[in-house]
Ligand binder design. Sequence first.
Ligand SMILES: [Zn+2]
Length: 62
Amino acid sequence: MKTRPGICQRKRRYATREEAEAVALHADVTLRAYKCALCKQFHLTSRTKGLRVPRPPLRPSS
Ligand SMILES: [Zn+2]
């Protein structure tokens, strides 16, 4: 997924995916955390359609 520099600079950055998802839980809309290729941190996006976010199998039980 390509991230435009303008988007990156405007968006709130989170150091970890956990932090970003914690914020997303309290949002009024469905947000998704993704790692930014530019700043190597995490942003939240409300665009969930067609967004492929490969998750590492950290929790096999889920
Ligand atoms: Zn970024």
